[in-house]
Ligand binder design. Structure first.
Ligand SMILES: Nc1ncnc2c1ncn2[C@@H]1O[C@H](COP(=O)(O)OP(=O)(O)OP(=O)(O)O)[C@@H](O)[C@H]1O
Ligand SMILES: [Mg+2]
Length: 391
């Protein structure tokens, strides 16, 4: 029998026929862009930001010229503006918008006439920041509206701060504010800045204040709704050899707990592998339980949840980790218990803000009547397996 796998993809951005449309979110972002507002698009890792935005860039609303790129590795202000100029250039080419003016304009910045000769100015001597602002001025008369989707933007702020100092990172944020705020720019140029870590935390840490970014329209990407999660399962299973009855679909979703597409996909793949091995198409409850257990052992699928806490919040990481480990071990943690841990780590002044702004905002835990619980049973079970609580 020829085995047809479910329509899953795990790891890279879901594109083409692997992309399950999230039109409600796309529309919200387009709505802001139509009002000339730049957008800060935030969600915990793996919820599906990049997939949505790369679809939007490929299927732009009329009148928009779009370009999507992951800019994670940029670590200087000059590099940031150099890349965004290149992206604008690429997007103009892709949409066949007259490139001649662009070339002429670019030459005016990069070629000097010395005597009779024309000499190219070296990369280092070009002030990409000024060039960028000048380009925006030029765009105004070109009857275009450019949207750049910049993925992993918070990492750029962090990188610049590490390499060029906090002052430069703050200046970059000021520039972003100017670009997004000033009417003369907004009408022809908008940005969607994506990040998996609340930019707020990074900005607060670097500049001590968040007013540098709170002018941006923020969209938080939630997990799938109840109804969407059912359609998503059908989307993955359509045409597949694996057969899953209604009751079992509910069981799978209950196991996942919160409907992050990535985790639904992982569990479905795991189930499929079991059936392939056993050479039969009908999934059973026992198979789902077995698949869940196997999935928990695949640490590389979950480790990022732990790693990004140490990467971004190094100083308070031991505190955050202790709170999560206790919460996972007991299935919940009370406010009082968190406070007691905070006292041990000498964090009694800021502890609740850390919990709210990091662990709750980034989708680890939620609060209900003075107790906190893991948002996802899957993540809770993995966390517990990885960080067992010992007396
Ligand atoms: N709309 C979708 N359709 C199908 N699969 C999706 C969708 N959104 C997310 N996924 C699943 O989640 C995985 C991660 O998606 P994506 O890279 O878009 O998320 P992200 O929020 O950008 O993650 P990261 O923070 O790691 O960059 C995909 O490989 C896929 O398994
Ligand atoms: Mg992404």
């Amino acid at each position: 029998m020829k085995w047809i796998k479910p329509n899953t993809i795990t790891g890279s951005v879901a594109q083409g026929k692997k992309y399950f449309r999230r039109k409600d979110i796309e529309d919200k972002i387009w709505y802001e862009l139509l009002q000339n507002n730049s957008v800060l698009f935030l969600a915990p890792r793996r919820v599906g930001k990049s997939s949505i935005v790369s679809f939007m860039a490929e299927n732009a609303n009329e009148g928009f010229i779009c370009k999507y790129e992951v800019i994670q590795s940029i670590d200087s202000v000059q590099e940031f503006f150099k890349r965004t100029i290149k992206m604008i250039d690429d997007s103009l080419s892709a949409y066949g918008k007259s490139k001649e003016w662009f070339l002429t304009w670019w030459k005016s910045w990069t070629i000097k006439t010395i005597g009779k000769d024309k000499v190219e100015i070296g990369d280092k001597d070009i002030d990409y920041r000024s060039t960028f602002f000048d380009l925006l001025d030029h765009l105004k008369n070109k009857d275009v509206k450019v949207v750049l989707f910049l993925d992993e933007f918070p990492d750029v702020v962090l990188n610049v701060s590490n390499k060029e100092g906090e002052k430069n990172a703050a200046l970059l944020l000021d520039d972003v504010r100017t670009i997004c705020h000033e009417k003369k720019f907004k009408e022809t140029f908008v940005m969607v800045l994506l990040g998996s870590v609340g930019l707020t935390h990074i900005v607060k840490r670097i500049t001590g204040r968040i007013d540098k970014i709170n002018h941006l329209h923020t969209e938080h990407l939630p997990p799938l709704t109840n109804i969407q999660s059912r359609s998503f399962l059908d989307f993955l299973l359509e045409g597949a050899t694996m057969q899953v009855n209604m009751e079992l679909k509910e069981y799978i979703l209950k196991k996942i707990g919160n409907y992050i597409p990535y985790y639904i996909q992982l569990l479905i793949e795991e189930c499929d592998e079991i059936l392939i091995e056993e050479e039969r198409p009908i999934l059973t409850k026992k198979n789902v339980n077995q698949a869940y257990k196997q999935l928990l052992k695949k640490n590389e699928k979950f480790e990022d949840w732990d790693n990004r806490l140490s990467k971004y919040f190094g100083e308070i990481y031991p505190f955050l980790k202790k709170v999560l480990s206790k919460c996972a071990g007991q299935n919940k943690i009370s406010l009082q218990e968190i406070f007691d841990i905070a006292v041990k780590y000498e964090l009694e002044l800021q502890w609740k803000a850390h919990i709210d702004d990091i662990l709750v905002a980034d989708g680890y835990i939620f609060e209900d009547k003075s107790n906190f619980y893991f948002v996802s049973p899957l993540l809770r079970d993995w966390w517990q397996a990885r960080n067992p609580q010992m007396n």
